[in-house]
Structure formats: structure tokens, C-alpha cells
Design a protein. Structure first.
Length: 229
DNA sequence: GCGACAG
DNA sequence: ATCTTGTCGC
């Protein structure tokens, strides 16, 4: 599994350059953004995909697959990847970018779930995680960050990338204006065919009332209501 | 051996 | 991820 991840990282493109920029949306048209999230029960994983454009849901699909392995930090792709790929087979729309719940380049071998899915399907992906798997924030995150702040996450000894490489960002999409209550940042990283900066830009552009970008939030609740039945 | 660790 | 009530703050 680790060997496969090294191959995936080698095939990944952590920049905004594309082999065929023919399909990229012109600045005139709003991008089609997908959100994916999984929910589990005793022995299956259900993946929910929500596709949005201009604030509207234009397609929604899901798929369920048996859970093969337990959760192991660094190997999430092998637990959730199958169901996600099955859900994509049901999809008719071609998203311009996919927001994946989990890390992309912020991963020991630079091959988190978002990167795994992006390389496998050859589509642009962004990793959106609620906690940090590895890497070192450029500055302390112990104090609440103001809304709109982003702090670079650099590779340290736990990551295959050269030390100091920016592998993602802590992104504060929402924040309270209170002393006793605060919101933690999201950890955004490139999955495939997207740079660390663009990944953070996309997440910010898709977030509005809540901390999570809208496609991710809707996929989250959709997956939840599918499994609790 | 010890610590750290997406969902 | 999942198990769940109360509680804080606008």
C-alpha cells in the first residue's frame, strides 16, 4: 500500500498546470464543484457526491461498498477510496474540481485521499481536512485565527517532500467575534492538478455561512441521512 | 521502544 | 468516523 502511494505521489501534479486546459472553465462561466464525503455503519462505507454550480445543486449520487480495512492514519484511501470511486461511476456531470474530505499533499508520502482520487480519476482535486495529519504550521495555531487568514503548512521530517516545502494551508473560512468561543481552521491541501494557493482559494470561494465549503457540507449531511436508514 | 496520527 | 444532551451566543 505504501509503495502504491509513492507511485501516486510521483504521478500527482501539485500545480495549476494541466495537460489539457481545453476543459477548464473560462472566467465567464462558473466552475462545477463537487463535494464528497463518507459515512459508515457496521460493515459498509457509503460515499455521497454532491455537485454544485453557482450555488445550486445540479446532481447528487451515492454508492455503498463493503469496508475492507479499519481506519489507519496514512492509509485512509484504502478504507474510503472504493466507495468514492463507485459513486463517481454513477455520476453524469464532469466536475471541474472535487473537494475531498481528508488530506491531499498533507500526507506522509504526499498521497492522501484527495491525491489518490485525483490521480486515479485524472481530475483536479482538493483535500479538505478538519484536523492536521502531519507537517508543520509556519506559525503557531494555538491562538484563534481571524476569518480569512491562511497559514502555510510546511513539510517536516515526517513528510517525503523536502523540508520546508509548502504542502498546504490552515484556512480560517469562518470565525466568531467572541472571547469564549472560536472555530478551528480547515487544513487544505492540493490533491491533483491544483496548487496549494489555488486549493485554498477554491475552498474560500465555496464557503459561505459555515466553516466547511458548501459542496462538502451538503455531501456530509447527505451521506449521514443515507446511512441512518 | 515512544510519540503522533485525515476519517 | 460514531455514540448523543446540554449549553453558549447571536
Amino acid at each position: 500500500m505504501e509503495t502504491l502511494q509513492h507511485d501516486i505521489a510521483a504521478a500527482a501534479n501539485f500545480s495549476d498546470d494541466s495537460e489539457d486546459d481545453s476543459q477548464r472553465p473560462t472566467p465567464e462561466e462558473a466552475p462545477i464543484v463537487a463535494g464528497v464525503d463518507q459515512a459508515f455503519d457496521d460493515e459498509t462505507a457509503t460515499s455521497a457526491l454532491v455537485i454544485m454550480q453557482s450555488g445550486e445543486v445540479i446532481e447528487r449520487v451515492h454508492a455503498t461498498e463493503p469496508t475492507e480495512i479499519p481506519y489507519i492514519p496514512g492509509l485512509l484511501s484504502f478504507r474510503e477510496g472504493g466507495a468514492i470511486l463507485s459513486a463517481f461511476k454513477e455520476l453524469e456531470t464532469e466536475p471541474d474540481v472535487v473537494l475531498v474530505d481528508g488530506s491531499g499533499r498533507i500526507h506522509f508520502r504526499e498521497a492522501g485521499l484527495a491525491t489518490h482520487i485525483g490521480v486515479t480519476l485524472d481530475i483536479p482535486t482538493v483535500g479538505v481536512a478538519k484536523s492536521l495529519l502531519c507537517g508543520q504550521p509556519r506559525r503557531s495555531l494555538s491562538e484563534p485565527l481571524p476569518e480569512g487568514t491562511r497559514v502555510a503548512i510546511e513539510a517536516d521530517g515526517d513528510v517525503t517532500a523536502p523540508e520546508g516545502t509548502v504542502i498546504g494551508h490552515a484556512v480560517q473560512t469562518r470565525q466568531y467575534n467572541s472571547d469564549s468561543r472560536y472555530i478551528n481552521p480547515l487544513y487544505v491541501s492540493p490533491g491533483h492538478q491544483v496548487s496549494a494557493e489555488t486549493a485554498a482559494d477554491i475552498v474560500e470561494s465555496q464557503s459561505s455561512e459555515y466553516k466547511l465549503p458548501e459542496p462538502t457540507r451538503l455531501a456530509d449531511s447527505y451521506a449521514g441521512e443515507l446511512t441512518r436508514r
